[in-house]
Write a protein that binds this ligand. Sequence first.
Ligand code: NAP
Ligand code: FE
Length: 362
Amino acid sequence: MFYNLPTSLYCESDCILAHAGDIASFGKAAYIITGKSSSKRNGSLDDIVNVLKKYSIEFKIFDNVEENPSVENVMEAVAYCGDFAPDFVIGIGGGSPLDASKAVSLMLANIGSDSSLLYNGIKADYLPVVTVPTTCGTGSEITPYSVLTNHIQKTKSSIPHKIYPALALVDPVYLEAAPVNIIRNTAVDALGHLIESYIHSKATTLSRMFSEKGLRMWRNITSYIKNDSFTAKQYEELILASAIAGMAISHTGTSLPHRMSYHFTYQDSIPHGVAVGAFLAAYIMYSDNNEQKYVLETLGMSSCDELRNFIRSVTETITIPEADLHDCIEFVISNKSKVASCPYEVDYEIVKKMYEYSVIIK
Ligand code: NAP
Ligand code: FE
């Protein structure tokens, strides 16, 4: 059994300031990678900038990370860095800027390489990455994954490089600025990570330490996630559950619901958590009886139908044109490693049934 989680993580209020020395230990120049506006509104960017100024660390900011960042968007950030030579990269925001920051750190440690480096799978250096999450879903602050939109493949996929952030600073206060739909959608992504990691070919006693704990936390989260506002304690639980879910998938990876989600995000711009959430109940439905029972009971649910309806009530029901269905099923079953990640046998017919159960086909 293997265990490796090399990211230092603080999860507490004011952790950027409290651990400013840890940030400063990475060097004298930082490249900040963030989204267009949310980090300016929720205070996370100011908190980082204040620490960098206090320690006389030079910095440059790229604030144009798009949602579901593409390879081109990453290369835009690399080009914008220009002659500025950072010692480390700081990603601030939801999973999109955090994933982009990992890819940028790889490119900046290999100046002269073109974007093919991202997907070539040959082990390569990367600059240290500091992450500051401001959503409560991806766990990207602690995972080694960087999921990019790949317009050549017309889908999203993780780059093969495993880029563990060096330091994650998780402060629930930044969630307070997020609209309730972003909280709900991203929280459902974290639930997906917990379920997919628990029901996974690579699940071990150690990975399940995380998924089991996160699922127990989710029993409580189900009692308030549909509310229109949240308490400070609830924001803390949401962002911690998300980080714990990230610890779980760091060991196992995700499985079929993530693969099934990519079509909807790429074609229809359905938010990641919504697209993943649609397939969770179906994924559980075909799993081993004991695993299915454990997940449902831990969440306080009595059936897959109850879980599916609950997730639909937190997010939304999604639709697919009948003409796209065949290609979607092929896209799932053609990925041998994703199929292998599922601990039960899947074929064309099972995946078709999973779509029929999960989305509206018309
Ligand atoms: P996101 O795409 O990072 O952000 C979605 C939206 O939320 C953006 O408009 C963003 O605004 C806004 N936002 C972020 N934080 C906010 C806050 N505190 N207050 C108000 N608005 C806020 O969403 P995400 O769901 O966190 O990340 C999705 C990406 O992560 C996908 O590409 C997915 O594939 C990937 N992912 C990665 C992993 C992993 O392990 N690496 C796991 C699962 C998913 P701005 O653009 O202005 O910042
Ligand atoms: Fe995800």
